[in-house]
Design a protein around this ligand. Structure first.
Ligand SMILES: Nc1ncnc2c1ncn2[C@@H]1O[C@H](COP(=O)(O)OP(=O)(O)OP(=O)(O)O)[C@@H](O)[C@H]1O
Ligand SMILES: [Mg+2]
Length: 284
């Protein structure tokens, strides 16, 4: 998609729980988009762990070592301000964040922001500019707490979580500043076929919850060893055809999962690209 305006589509991957699959999901979305020639800029707000930046660093090293042509985006690490009092820190964070966004809008079709698993001023700022917000949650009732406390029998919402309140504030802020809306997508990660009963119950609870706190609930990713194995080499399932890896049935199923995820996100320009690629008989 050629860049034809001064505004990129902002994808934020966030929640307030460590290890739920934000960076893994982010990485697969980035590579999927780049594979289709979209300009993608990446912002890593997890300046302490830098797992997405490290994933991309591993990718660069692997591509160099094996002489592979892998698409690698520019990544910007934004650290929270530590200068002065709270007001001053907020002011500095807002200034740094806005300046970076302004710059990236000019050169990108998509800006992907990976958030840390904790609340921070920068993370709030990111949520308030999101066009698409993706929240991965693991497959258990404990993780549902991330969205709201839910009665396990009736699925009635007792209380919104701190995180859902924060998204609510971000939506209000967005509506007031540019009348924009945030497409909030909750996706399950690490679903396992072993615990079918729990899986169904979480599924039912999420279906109920999505009506009450206005998110779109999509299927997401299964529990697969491959996701852990790809990190040290900086690869994604989307790259498998460009490497010497032996493609197994499990890889094919996982690739389909990623393709479904990308379609379910309904990102601007993506569906047209699918149609065009199909017409040309090209897979991804
Ligand atoms: N679907 C999956 N199947 C198996 N392992 C997974 C899956 N998704 C993520 N993982 C693994 O779980 C761990 C945490 O994932 P990831 O780093 O993506 O989470 P995160 O939400 O970004 O964590 P943090 O909050 O610490 O930034 C990693 O080791 C990753 O490889
Ligand atoms: Mg992460």
């Amino acid at each position: 998609m050629p860049k034809n305006n001064n505004r990129a589509h902002i994808i934020v991957v966030g929640n307030e729980k460590g290890g739920s699959g934000k960076s893994t999901t982010a990485m697969h979305i980035i590579v999927s988009l780049m594979k289709r020639n979209f300009n993608v800029s990446v912002v890593d707000l997890d300046a302490r762990q830098k797992s997405l930046s490290r994933y991309l660093e591993n990718r660069l090293n692997y591509a160099t070592k094996h002489d592979l042509k892998l698409s690698i985006p520019d990544v910007y690490i934004l650290s929270r301000s530590m200068q002065g009092d709270i007001d001053n820190m907020m002011f500095e964070d807002t200034k740094n964040f806005s300046e970076l966004m302004e710059e990236l809008h000019k050169e990108s079709d998509f800006i992907l922001i990976d958030c840390p698993g904790t609340d921070s001023n920068l993370s709030r700022l990111a949520h308030s500019v999101a066009d698409t917000l993706i929240t991965p949650i693991n497959d258990s009732f404990v993780d549902l707490d991330l969205l709201a406390s839910v009665n396990p029998d009736t699925f009635k919402v007792d209380k919104l979580s701190h995180y859902s309140e924060m998204v609510w504030d971000a939506r209000k802020h967005r509506a007031m500043t540019d009348r924009g809306t945030i497409d909030w997508i909750v996706m399950r990660n690490r679903t396992s076929s072993l615990d079918a009963i729990n899986k169904r119950r979480v599924n039912d609870a999420l279906k109920e919850l999505q009506k009450r706190i206005s998110f779109r609930y999509i299927q997401g990713l299964g529990e697969r060893v491959i996701y852990r194995e790809l990190f040290p080499r900086g690869l994604t399932l989307v790259d498998m055809r460009d490497t010497d890896d032996k493609v197994t049935m499990s890889h094919i199923a996982a690739r389909q999962e990623i393709r479904r995820l990308m379609n379910d996100l309904k990102l601007p320009g993506w569906q047209e690209e699918v149609v065009e690629k199909k017409r040309q008989g090209v897979g991804f």
